[in-house]
Design a protein around this ligand. Structure first.
Ligand SMILES: [Zn+2]
Length: 408
């Protein structure tokens, strides 16, 4: 035990020295300086990208703009994959390791939302301006600075704009990236998401379902004696309500919406609920998920047995969202490096949990983190979202140094 506690600070020192010595390399220093001098361009692109709408499942227009940006910056093999992710490579001296450096294209806002960005002093206001137009613009800023300073990396960096990160998008872009378009080719994964200077190394997973009980239904008096979907739903909710779950790792469950029935004097032909379960621990999430499925089946069986299988009902469990859980160890090179490059630039880092694109990599055991991309702000996911550009260049610098340090 004692050995371990001695080892950890020593390791931290190694990564800190790496970050500091990187900063002494002429091309890296030039790139960092370029980022400080050219933050205006990053902010201009942040606005430009944000004014192209990207509602859930409709990221195409913004994706095409992003593809043009990748082409203008000289990335290789720039393409849009079958899911809509924009991909472009910056080859290093070797093909591997391959670092994927990404931000997400989609927003939570529906088609027709006014996406005009307004500016008031250092503040920008517009839906999506921080989440994740900031990340998208910083990715471009990183490429530009590396090009301007002719930074060469031992490994390759693949830059990506992903689709479907938010809500019912259900991480469909990044799932496709790991499962198909870059399958087996991702050695490290970074998502730039959100504002500030946090680093997320824990991915809270979630399972979401819509459960529907269905039967013949009938008159509440005339047809009395048959199974009732609403009663079955009640039985299921009663069982779920009594679940015992660990507080460490935090594991949660919630019946969020219910519905069904047609009138007070009818045996319903349908009743439904929407259920959400979460945990940062894959095993705990699986456990509560199994309990949930058993509870639904048991509720169905009990309701059918109660009425001797008369007016027999059935149940359908529809998956509406799966965010895999995972964790990249605090002691992993990728987390240590993210912390070390932050310290080298005088930035304090807090490690935290998230539910972002990097969940997928964490779940697969690929070293993955989500880094905030600098600046400050408020109102993410609201129409009044705001971003403060004060000293935001520090976020660009940190992303740049992390990319260089990890592309090896
Ligand atoms: Zn986001």
């Amino acid at each position: 035990m004692k050995k371990l506690t001695l080892l950890l600070p020593a390791l931290a020192t190694v990564f800190a020295q790496d970050a500091a010595s990187l900063l002494r390399e002429a091309s890296v220093r030039a790139a960092i300086e370029f980022a400080a001098q050219n933050e205006d361009k990053v902010i201009a692109e942040q606005i430009e990208i944000c004014e192209v709408p990207a509602p859930p499942f409709h990221e195409k227009q913004r994706g095409e703009l992003y593809k043009r940006k990748f082409e203008e910056l000289g990335l290789r093999n720039v393409r849009i994959d079958a899911e809509g992710n924009v991909i472009g490579g910056r080859p290093g001296r070797n093909a591997r390791p391959n670092l994927v450096f990404s931000a997400h294209l989609d927003t939570v806002f529906p088609p027709g939302t006014n996406v005009k960005v307004t500016r008031d002093g250092s503040w920008l206001k517009g839906p999506g301006i921080g989440d994740d137009c900031r990340g998208l613009a910083v990715v471009l800023g990183v490429i530009r600075a590396m090009n301007a300073a002719k930074v060469e990396t031992p490994g390759t960096i693949t830059f990506v704009g992903t689709v479907g990160e938010e809500g019912l998008g259900d991480l469909r872009g990044v799932k496709h990236l790991f499962g198909s378009s870059l399958k087996g080719q991702i050695d490290k994964f970074i998502s730039l998401d959100g504002i500030g200077f946090g680093v997320a190394n824990v991915g809270v997973g979630s399972f979401r379902y819509k459960v529907t009980f269905k039967g013949p239904g009938g008159h509440s008096y005339g047809a009395f004696g048959m199974a009732n979907p609403i009663h079955a739903l009640g039985r299921a909710i009663e069982k779920i309500s009594d679940f015992q779950v660990p507080s460490m790792p935090k594991t949660t469950f919630n019946v969020g919406r219910i519905g069904g029935g047609t009138s007070v004097n009818s045996i319903a032909f349908e009743a439904w609920m929407e259920v959400d379960m979460r945990s940062a621990d894959p095993a705990s999430l699986r456990e509560v998920d199994e309990k949930f499925k058993a509870a639904v089946q048991q509720a169905l069986d009990e309701e059918n047995a109660r009425w001797n299988q008369n007016g027999r009902i059935a149940v359908q469990i529809e998956t509406v969202g799966v965010r895999p859980a995972g964790k990249t160890s605090e002691d992993s090179a990728i987390v240590r490096t993210a912390v070390a490059v932050s310290s080298a630039l005088g930035l304090q880092v807090t490690l935290r949990e998230g539910s972002t694109d990097s969940n997928v990599g964490m779940n697969l055991g690929v070293p993955s983190i989500t880094m905030n991309s600098g600046g400050a702000g408020r109102g993410a996911h609201s129409l009044g979202e705001m971003f403060d550009t004060t000293d935001s260049y520090k976020g660009t610098q940190r992303a740049l140094l992390a990319a260089i340090a990890l592309a090896r």
